[in-house]
Write a protein that binds this ligand. Sequence first.
Ligand code: F6P
Length: 373
Amino acid sequence: MKTIGIVTGGGDAPGLNAVIRAAVKTAVNEYGLRVVGIEDSFEGLLAETRVRELRPSDVRGLLPRGGTILGTRNRGRFVVRQEEGRAEKSEEIYREALDNLARLRIDALVVVGGEGTLGIAAEFDRRGMPVVGVPKTIDNDLAATELTFGFMTALDTATEALDRLHTTAESHDRVMILEVMGRHTGWIALHSGVSGGADVILIPEIPFSMERVAQKVRDRAACDAQFSIIVAAEGAKEIEGQHHYQDVGDSRGAARLGGIGHHVAQELMERTGKEARCVVLGHLQRGGSPNAFDRMLATNFGSSAVRSLAGGERGVMVSLQAANIRTVPLAEATANLKTVSPESQLVRTARDVGVSFGAPDEERFHHGEGCDQ
Ligand code: F6P
């Protein structure tokens, strides 16, 4: 192995550039390898190809910078096409990319992405290209790793937003709802809700009763807490309800989640008579500089991925387990999403400190008498 390629794919996340920096410095300085950055996710391997050599001097100052100097794509021509339920992989696309990798004399790939991107990486590995994956997503929904980089920074952003919403909610006796990202999992909502002192946390894994949420707001008001703070994951939905989408999707991809926050605000105004407002945090959770933890984790992941390739591993993903990094098969890492368990310790803790998840039967969790608001 003389040359490795680096690919960054899927939604951007704080820490991508820190991974690139660590991988380049480790590959060049520790193993004497050449590094080629591939632009716009795997798309840079098609047509006239868009790649550039990366030397340590090219990654100087990258550690605190958000985004990715290589560019990324959320969906591209490699994505598995689900038409009438059939999964179609564009064989000719993979063939073209593999031929270009050979022509560019790239011997192996470090692929930084979420479950979609790492699923494509596994296809390259199956076709003979050695690959090591790095788990990236603010959603923290990748199986087989305790944390993905980007998640902790998104958590800081969402928690700061909740702190800010407390002061305006209290000043106006309002219900303030913060809608956060996370696609189909509630990790950002759960962790920021606990860190930001939310009164209600709505996550996809616990379908909620709107009446139960309204009752929580009324109970607080009865205890003279005239405001309430709610954090809702974009993928949260009512019992027997539907997901809310902000659009119907386009030729490049599926419909995008969004709108549950405004729906909850409208319903609560009607049911409680209180003013309610919704703030959609959106891509503020994806942008900006990585926090200290994500800079460390991304650096550790990037170097570990190069060491894993240099050690002869392939078809694996670097993974954080009990604060140490080891590798797991890509197939295991991309088999299914890691979701919040309603019986998890943090869900129990949230309930213990008075948080409602809008579950109709949660009265059984609260044994306190009178006002525990
Ligand atoms: O997967 C990361 C993520 O930020 C999700 O939390 C969110 O739903 C999605 O990407 C947004 O995608 P896009 O940037 O294409 O709008």
